[in-house]
Design a protein around this ligand. Structure first.
Ligand code: DC
Length: 232
């Protein structure tokens, strides 16, 4: 039986969310949605259009314009803006530097919230972000909060993207994004009620995937019990 659960995975930048979520989704047979990629796609659009990303009113005025399409295959997730594949450009240093201010704009969050809820739909999906368990889908059957020490996160980022420079610069960038993500007024990064906190600092990716896949199996067992009780 394939799972219909929604798995909400929130946490700081570089805590291993993407690798964990893709690993869990492909192992358990669920779809995968990277909401950070949607915020990055919106940011890419603003930069392309020459909008000042620090001008919240200007960003709000344009945020209904782009069509943002997310492909949810965990083995080959895609993201496109108005039909253009932006999976490469959304990882650029320019977009990474601009994404936190764009993400603080309430109209941007509302637009993407609607998109995220429509994709989650009937469930059967692992969703990663900052506010999934708290705002986007508080009714998620499984909620996970991933964290890791800043130094460990910086080392992972450098290992993945050597061009990002040295570990100290990467760590400073991550801490600055944490500060903006956690401090914004609308839907800040927070540990949702009922979330299981996993510190990934001293765990391998496989260990974290095992833990989360175990939570999904538990949630499926509860769902099957309910079905059996309803039949009895
Ligand atoms: O996960 P990421 O680093 O690709 O996310 C990029 C930015 O998007 C992050 O700095 C904060 C924002 N974001 C958000 O505000 N809410 C989400 N659900 C996902 C990402």
């Amino acid at each position: 039986m394939s799972s219909n659960v929604v798995v909400a995975v929130d946490g700081t930048s570089g805590s291993g969310k993407s690798s964990t979520c893709r690993g869990v989704a492909s192992r358990v047979g669920l779809r995968y949605l990277d909401t950070g990629a949607q915020f990055r796609a919106m940011t890419w659009f603003m930069l392309e259009q020459g909008v000042d990303v620090n001008d919240a009113e200007a960003v709000a005025a344009r945020c209904a314009e782009p069509s943002i399409e997310s492909g949810t295959d965990p083995l080959a997730p895609t993201i496109a803006v108005d039909g253009v594949d932006v999976s490469g450009p959304i990882r650029s240093a320019e977009v990474t530097a601009a994404v936190s201010p764009v993400s603080t704009v309430p109209q941007v969050r509302q637009r993407l919230l609607e998109l995220q809820r429509s994709i989650i739909g009937e469930g059967g999906i692992v969703v990663e972000g900052r506010d999934i368990g708290s705002v986007v889908w508080p009714q998620a059957e499984v909620k996970v909060y991933l964290s890791a020490d800043a130094a460990a996160r910086a080392r992972r980022r450098i290992a993945e993207h050597a061009h990002l420079g040295d570990v100290n610069t990467a760590e400073a960038g991550l801490l600055e994004r944490d500060r903006i993500d956690s401090g914004r007024a609308t839907a800040p990064l927070t540990m949702a009620d009922g979330a299981v906190h996993i510190d990934t600092t001293h765990r391998t990716l496989d260990e974290v995937i095992d833990l989360v896949a175990g939570l999904v199996a538990d949630a499926d067992a509860v769902a099957e019990d309910h079905v059996a009780e309803d039949r009895a």
